[in-house]
Ligand binder design. Structure first.
Ligand code: TYC
Length: 98
């Protein structure tokens, strides 16, 4: 009985993941419309949220798109890079530990 309790407790501790921020970086060439599309398609923002994040990045140099577990954060940053490349934009996303 105590062994079962210990194992349950341990599995709860081990399953608490570190979280990672995905941030978009500003540049002079990517269109505002494309950044809004990226935020809607990859980060599931609505149009208003996407516009606000895009403007923050445009004015301040970077902005938070979302906070995820490591693999999801890295995947989203790669998707940004791939979609930007397909559309000939230099848009970049970075991943930072929370
Ligand atoms: N600065 C870009 C422009 O004026 C717009 C832009 C916003 C680009 C956010 C990248 O992550 C970005 N067209």
């Amino acid at each position: 009985m105590p062994k079962i309790e210990y194992e349950i407790e341990e599995s709860i501790i081990l399953k608490t993941p570190k979280m990672y921020r995905v941030l978009l970086l500003n540049d002079d060439y990517t269109s505002m419309e494309f950044v809004i599309q990226v935020l809607m398609v990859i980060f599931h923002k609505n149009e208003q949220e996407a516009y606000e994040i895009m403007m923050k990045v445009h004015k301040e140099g970077k902005g938070l798109c979302g906070i995820y577990t490591y693999e999801i954060a890295e995947t989203k940053a790669m998707q940004v890079k791939a979609l930007a490349k397909q559309n000939n934009f230099p848009l970049k996303a970075i991943v930072e530990e929370e």
